[in-house]
Write a protein that binds this ligand. Structure first.
Ligand SMILES: Cc1cc2nc3c(=O)[nH]c(=O)nc-3n(C[C@H](O)[C@H](O)[C@H](O)COP(=O)(O)OP(=O)(O)OC[C@H]3O[C@@H](n4cnc5c(N)ncnc54)[C@H](O)[C@@H]3O)c2cc1C
Length: 290
């Protein structure tokens, strides 16, 4: 299929891009095009204008500053996956990135594009929630920072306002002494997750877990933290019984209806298993100091 007719603009500054977006509520940002172009070809999206941001200077690059990995809007998935600085700062990013589509798609698609697309089963939105990250939006009125949990509202719906361009994503550095892990289940490698889980665990001097964060995607309408699971693990010694209880608690968070990929009850079993495995790995890494 072919897309509906659209206008095309290739601004060279952020200000110009924001002005174009603000002038036409039917306009859409084009980044790597890996989600938007197929959607246009299927006429699931029919923007009146594409605002192509790939020629804007200063919109690429990764830096680690003020406790966060800062990823500019046109940074491709693969650049972040291969970044040693980002890996050292927070290894869970590379662990998750290996599950995003396939290398040719990661060579073109952008991290921020994935966040803005906000597929409820996508890995990077979940990693932003897991790590407690944020995005920076620039609109006609200036810049604002939006926390991950405020940004993702529903499947393919964010709190980005018309006229705003997301210019950066901030993934916090892994806290000292913490361990992190990520895993997901799909029928074929590179598919969106039937369920995915990420965890960050640290231990206090008393040997009990603290600052536990567990997040998931693929099981509901948006990426989310598993608060009940976290509460059960907080202060525990992360024994086999604790892990089993944490996994069981995660089942209640599954709201995705039966679909062609999995039934709801199957997703519940998958998420419980992933929670057990991923938290166990994160805890082991924390204990081993890596
Ligand atoms: C076969 C296939 C398999 C895939 N599998 C997976 C997978 O397993 N997991 C996964 O997470 N993804 C998967 N993807 C999607 C892929 O990761 C995309 O690259 C990503 O979702 C979008 O990034 P993009 O740069 O291509 O964005 P685009 O397609 O250009 O844009 C996506 C959306 O975000 C908006 N947007 C982009 N950048 C900005 C910005 N800076 N500010 C405001 N809005 C913006 C666009 O307007 C559009 O609505 C798959 C894609 C394909 C084709």
């Amino acid at each position: 299929m072919k897309p509906a007719l659209f206008e095309y603009s290739a601004p060279t500054t952020i200000r110009e891009a924001v002005a174009l977006l603000a002038a036409d509520s039917g306009s859409m940002v084009l980044a790597g095009g890996q989600s938007l172009v197929p959607a246009m070809n299927l006429r699931l999206a029919s923007p009146s204008r594409l605002v192509d941001i790939q020629h804007i200077a200063g919109l690429t690059g990764i830096s680690v500053e003020n406790g966060a990995i800062v990823v500019k809007a046109m940074t491709r998935h693969r650049e972040l996956e291969l970044s040693e600085a980002a890996f050292k700062a927070n290894p869970v990013i590379r662990a998750a990135m290996a599950h995003v589509a396939h290398i040719p798609i990661r060579n073109r698609g952008t991290v921020v594009g994935s966040l803005c697309h906000a597929d409820a089963a996508a890995e990077m939105p979940m990693v932003l929630v897991l790590t407690g990250g944020s995005v920076v939006a620039e609109g006609p009125g200036g810049r604002r920072t939006i926390s991950a949990e405020d940004f993702f509202q529903f499947h393919m719906t964010t709190s980005r306002q018309p006229g705003e361009l997301i210019v950066e994503a901030h993934f916090p550095v892994l806290p000292a002494g913490a361990g992190a892990a990520f895993d997901e289940f799909t029928r074929r490698h590179g598919d969106y997750a039937i369920a995915a889980v990420g965890a960050i665990v640290a231990f206090g001097a008393d040997g009990r877990a603290k600052d536990v964060r567990v997040a998931t995607c693929g099981i509901g309408s948006k990426p989310m933290r598993l608060r009940q699971t976290e509460a059960l693990l907080e202060g525990s010694e992360v024994t086999a019984n604790d892990l089993a209880a944490a996994g069981e608690a995660a089942k209640a968070a599954v709201t995705a209806p039966d679909d062609m990929h999995a039934t709801t009850s199957y997703r519940r079993r998958v998420v419980a298993t992933l929670v057990r495995r991923v938290v166990e790995t994160a805890a082991k890494r924390a204990r081993q100091g890596r």
